[in-house]
Design a protein around this ligand. Structure first.
Ligand code: UDP
Ligand code: MG
Length: 347
């Protein structure tokens, strides 16, 4: 499939062009295939409503499409439900992992299995409204390779989650070599070439938000209001989020490794000055044995810093260890691809 071409009425800034392409109606007439990738893990309560809403949006497109559900080792009825959805609609593909590998792995699998001219990654809990898909396609057709969806507000999430998420984006952007757009989740559209680029990355550390930024290309960001989960509960606990943040930081920055160097530098200069001070003081006034508090505090601070520095090195070393084993990212128990639709079958 060739990317459809559009006549942009006037030469304007990229962002304005996005809205100047005539209307979504015009876009409907060109031919392309859209892949929708849905990672899911134990979502039986929301899956049927989700599929219904997504299917409605997609059938309105008048275009070829496929939905690739990646079942990340669900232990509830999700997989059985998926089987029914596929029986009803051959455009549904189902990949099943042998166990729960994690959302990042599920998205990676979906990106490798997608065959469309563009791919959209969307959560299965309806927090990312499928109704926004036409807007994302419009932005893609206007020339964007990656359409990021920025959450203007997040309903139904605790303030602690929002606050930690906010802090996380600030930290990662300070440290990382590539800018990770704040408040952009995994809901996004990727052009075929951006998907191909992502599929080239073989690392085990799948901090996808960073990888999306890493591949570069033309990014466009659209704002939306994130809904509350339609049903079921979030799969993320704070400990998991913390580890996710660690993955992000260690995967995209070596700055923490340098902390030890600089702290060491600061403390040894302080120690040197302190030593000088004592030398002079002892020579001039003499020294009675005092200073136990100073001693214990110094020992504790230095001990703590050393442990922290070793811990940071350990975080990186551990990841190096995991990368070096070169295990596959995930294992598929089964893949039932979407059956080819009429216009993509070769004669
Ligand atoms: N998910 C997954 N594997 C996991 C955890 C979550 O595929 O190990 C899926 C989940 O089914 C949902 C999406 O990732 O479609 C987002 O998960 P969730 O809603 O629990 O996260 P939150 O929106 O709270 O960040
Ligand atoms: Mg959610």
């Amino acid at each position: 499939h060739a990317r459809p071409q559009f006549v942009v009425k006037e030469k304007r800034s990229a962002m304005e062009n996005l809205y100047s392409i005539s209307s979504f109606e015009d876009v409907k007439t060109s031919s392309y295939k859209l892949s929708v990738i849905v990672p899911l893990f134990n979502e039986e309560s929301v899956l049927p409503i989700f599929h219904e809403r997504l299917k409605n949006v997609l059938s309105d497109l008048n275009h070829d499409w496929e939905i690739i559900y990646v079942d990340d080792g669900s232990t509830d009825r999700s997989y059985a439900l998926l089987g029914q959805l596929r029986a009803d609609n051959p455009k549904v593909g189902i990949a099943r992992f042998t166990r729960n590998f994690g959302k990042e792995e599920a998205m990676s699998a979906g990106l490798r299995l997608a065959t469309g001219d563009a791919a959209i990654i969307i959560d299965s809990d309806l927090q990312d409204p499928p109704e926004l898909i036409p807007k994302m396609i419009t932005a893609w057709l206007a020339g964007a390779d990656i359409v990021n969806m920025r959450r203007r507000q997040r309903s139904g999430e605790s303030w602690l989650k929002k606050a930690t998420a906010h802090a996380f984006y600030r930290v990662i952007n300070r440290l990382s070599d590539v800018p990770v757009p704040a408040d952009v989740g995994d809901f996004r559209l990727l052009s075929k070439r951006a998907v191909d680029a992502l599929n080239l990355l073989e690392e085990r550390n799948r901090f996808m938000k960073g990888l999306f930024a890493w591949v570069g290309y033309k990014h466009v960001t659209l704002d939306y209001d994130r809904d509350a989960r339609a049903a079921g509960t979030t799969k993320w606990r704070y400990w998991r989020l913390w580890n996710f943040a660690l993955e992000g930081i260690t995967g995209f920055s070596v700055a923490p490794l340098k902390i030890a160097t600089y702290l060491g530098l600061v403390f040894s200069s302080m120690a040197f000055l302190y030593a000088l001070y004592f030398l002079v003081k002892t020579l001039l006034i003499g020294e009675s044995v005092r200073g136990f508090p100073t001693l214990i505090v110094t020992v504790m601070i230095l001990g703590g810093l050393q442990l922290m520095a070793i811990g940071i090195i350990g975080e990186y070393l551990g990841r190096l260890f995991i990368e070096s084993k070169r295990r596959p990212l995930y294992l598929l128990e089964q893949y039932q691809p979407p059956s080819q639709s009429e216009d993509s079958v070769n004669p």
